[in-house]
Design a binder for this molecule. Structure first.
Ligand code: SF4
Length: 344
């Protein structure tokens, strides 16, 4: 299996978009630490630490997500996911810029083909939110911008490999791309007979729920492909009524909703917090799928929960939840053909 092509749309930030639209919310996201601290009701004592992390991986937080953060609480579990801390500037042995060695699977950039029967397409280099623990925080997205000809060759690669069953749109976040572009791409995928499934990995319906609008539901409705959306939610507080509504609309057009979380120190490293997350996910019609341990990416070591502790937490969670609400505790190991389960 060899990846061959670049396939990346840039973010479709649109400063002329109607006020309140998802595009204007995307353009209007907070992009500097000082503004984030002010919006979170925190004083400037946090600023010097935040500036260093921001230089390495810029702050980005949309208003809809910000509105769920408790003001004046530096320990708020949603704030901790987006506020750079001084720890990010510390070099820690074993924490690297490409923890999953994806560069080895993307010699021509943009298309990652390391698992059987499915390929991952880097559909956008941008996100609506920048999560401090992101394993792609150092990914060279600028090397992955695609020309129209490259898009054509990428799709040829998918057409020519009839072992492929599933196309995965990832990023960045694929849903920062415009509906016109996504409708075109999904139409091209739809026409490849051996493809059965379309999977999207996205955080946008969570961080800007208005992204799930009529235009998006239209291209999702028009494809013959089975649709799976893997959301990324780490704490029950991320699911407010607007997220519930967005999930309901997605399910209404036949999208199967799954969730993957990352186990994060001081965010969700607690049995009761994880139990509440699974319960809340199910209320929103989302099945808990994976609970990942942290990928060792440079700048995120302060979020780490050791495997032994993660396994013990997961065992206690198993005692509290029915099996269908228990996410699989896994690690992604470079070179492995599937995720690796973690035992206590
Ligand atoms: S790829 Fe996902 S985890 Fe990483 S910054 Fe974007 S939304 Fe956050």
């Amino acid at each position: 299996m060899q990846p061959v092509q670049t396939i990346s749309f840039s973010a479709d930030c649109d400063n002329s978009a109607p006020r309140g639209s998802w595009q204007s919310q995307l353009s209007g996201a907070i992009r500097d630490p000082e503004a984030l601290l002010a919006a979170a009701g925190l004083d400037k004592r946090w600023l010097s630490g935040a500036e260093g992390g921001h230089q390495a991986f810029e702050v980005r937080v949309p208003q809809a997500y910000l509105s769920r953060i408790k003001k004046g609480d530096p320990n708020d579990p949603l704030l901790r996911q987006v506020l750079p801390l001084e720890h990010e500037t510390h070099a820690v042995a074993g924490y690297v810029t490409d923890p999953l060695e994806e560069a080895d699977h993307t010699p021509a950039a943009g298309l990652i083909h390391k698992y059987a029967a499915r390929v991952l397409m880097i559909t956008s280099g941008a996100c609506a939110i920048n999560c401090r623990y992101c394993f792609r925080r150092h990914f060279p997205y600028e090397d992955h911008a695609a020309s129209r000809a490259q898009w054509g060759r990428t799709l040829d690669y998918l057409r020519e490999d009839d072992s492929l069953i599933e196309a995965i749109l990832s990023g960045g976040d694929p849903l920062v791309s415009s509906d016109a572009r996504l409708a075109w791409l999904v139409g091209e995928l739809d026409a490849i007979p051996h493809l059965k499934r379309l999977r999207l990995h996205t955080r946008l319906p969570v961080v800007i729920p208005d992204r799930v609008d009529d235009a998006m539901l239209e291209w999702l409705s028009n494809t013959r492909l089975q649709k799976v959306m893997v959301l990324h939610i780490n704490h029950a507080n991320e699911i407010d009524d607007s997220v519930m509504k967005a999930c309901e609309r997605l399910r209404g057009v036949g999208v199967t909703l799954l969730n993957q979380s990352v186990l994060l120190r001081d965010v969700n490293d607690d049995v009761e917090v994880l139990r509440a997350l699974s319960e809340r996910l199910f209320e929103a019609g989302i099945l808990p799928y994976y609970l990942h341990v942290l990928d060792p990416v440079a700048g995120a070591a302060h979020f780490d929960v050791p495997d032994s502790e993660a396994g013990a937490l997961h065992d206690r969670l198993r005692e509290q939840l029915p099996g269908f609400l228990l996410p699989r505790l896994v690690r992604e190991v470079p070179g492995e053909r599937a995720k690796t389960p973690i035992q206590a």
